[in-house]
Design a protein around this ligand. Structure first.
Ligand code: SAH
Ligand code: SF4
Length: 352
């Protein structure tokens, strides 16, 4: 069991079992969650206790590989978590904020063909502690960002590997840990959960964490095309998804985002832009256009920049709030699941 998965009470139980005084649990808890320390750095604890805890309730975060890009303001790591999953996490420093993109699963069962994680299939769900541990890594790394950034972790997006709402219990467990004012203490409003559209879980997200943001990966504005690009659309078609997101908007009074990866000749035509405009209006949504990161397992190609600009123009003319997302970290393969994919291939070829 990793330290990140223990509640304060469980930690207190463990420590009292070791004959430690009552205040120790709070010391360890503050060390890891508030100060972002490793056991080695918790010098207010006796060395023997630190060694024992590292053995019995390890942090379980090992950096397997690390890369930087964009002049050091994008950092990406492949982490070996809890001695059982290889996942990736990305940290992006901007002028006014520092955002980390965390993984919720190792692989993903949703099967979107254009996505590197989808091509892997689902390996494992991460625990709440394993998801939160990535933010712990990110908060530490933020200090090493260039001085052109605030060097303090300010935002978390669940846009790494996996579908957070298909691992709902652990995603909610991670949200509880990350927003705990007596622990990690990040404001709910600084966290966004991205979903492909696991409809029944959206209402529960609104109920449990009404201040946490919602991004919906739409990618197509009619069922015919969406069934093709996003297989779970057959289970939860657009009309149902729209109803769930609208209910979320009404319950939380927050603006959802719509994510749309721009795929050449597939979903980048003016007709899709017009249909998308109507949906965005009904949901009071902000639209993020994402330049597609081509993946080795798919023949879908990225839309040319002129097409992205024209598509954005149709949305803007219809009065929709739209942003074209930058291609942060492209040189280090910072797209959904890609670093992991490369690593797998390297493993396969070295064992062949
Ligand atoms: N499973 C969730 C969150 C992880 S994916 C979801 O799908 O929303 C995070 C974002 O990356 C999603 O918007 C997803 O559609 C997008 N994405 C996946 N593969 C991509 C690719 N090859 N290029 C660009 N964006 C991609
Ligand atoms: Fe899973 Fe999201 Fe990738 Fe689809 S886009 S396969 S839901 S991680």
């Amino acid at each position: 069991m990793s330290l990140f998965d223990l509640s304060l009470e469980q930690l207190a139980d463990h420590l009292s079992g070791l004959g430690e005084p009552g205040y120790r649990a709070r010391q360890v808890h503050d060390g890891v969650w508030k100060r972002g320390s490793t056991y080695e750095e918790m010098t207010d604890l006796p060395a023997t206790l630190r060694a024992r805890l590292a053995e019995e309730v390890p942090l379980g975060v090992e950096v397997v590989e690390e890369r930087t890009a964009d002049g050091g303001s994008t950092r990406k790591a492949l982490l070996w978590l809890g001695g059982r999953h290889l996942v990736e996490v990305v940290l992006m420093g901007y002028r006014e904020r520092v955002t980390t993109c965390v993984s919720s699963q190792s692989g993903c069962a949703m099967g979107c063909g254009f996505c590197a994680t989808g091509q892997m299939g689902l390996r494992n769900n991460l625990t709440g502690g394993e998801i939160a541990a990535q933010a712990w890594w990110a908060r530490r790394e933020a200090a090493a960002l260039p001085s052109s950034t605030p060097r303090r972790l300010s935002n978390i997006v669940f846009m790494g590997m996996g579908e957070p709402l298909a691992n709902e219990r652990n995603t909610f467990g991670a949200l509880a840990r990350l927003t705990d004012p007596r622990g990690f203490g990040l404001g709910d409003r600084h966290i966004t959960v991205s979903t492909i559209g696991v409809v029944p879980a959206i209402a529960r997200l609104a109920e449990r964490f009404p201040q946490v943001g919602l991004a919906v990966s739409l990618h197509a504005a009619d069922d015919e095309l969406r069934n093709e690009l996003v297989p779970v659309n057959r289970l939860w078609p657009l009309a149902e998804l729209e109803r769930a997101v609208l209910a979320w908007h009404v319950a939380t009074r927050r603006r959802p985002s719509i994510e749309w990866a721009m795929m050449a000749g597939t979903n980048d035509g003016d007709d899709q832009a017009r249909k998308l405009s109507a949906i965005a209006h009904r949901l009071a949504a902000h639209v993020n256009l994402i330049p597609l990161n081509p993946t080795p397992g798919s023949t879908v190609l990225p839309s040319p920049p002129e097409r992205i600009a024209a598509f954005a123009g149709v949305l803007r003319d219809a009065g929709v709030n739209v942003t074209v997302r930058g291609t942060r970290g492209r040189e280090i393969e910072a797209a959904c699941g890609q670093l992991r994919w490369e690593h797998d291939r390297a493993e396969v070829s070295s064992s062949a």
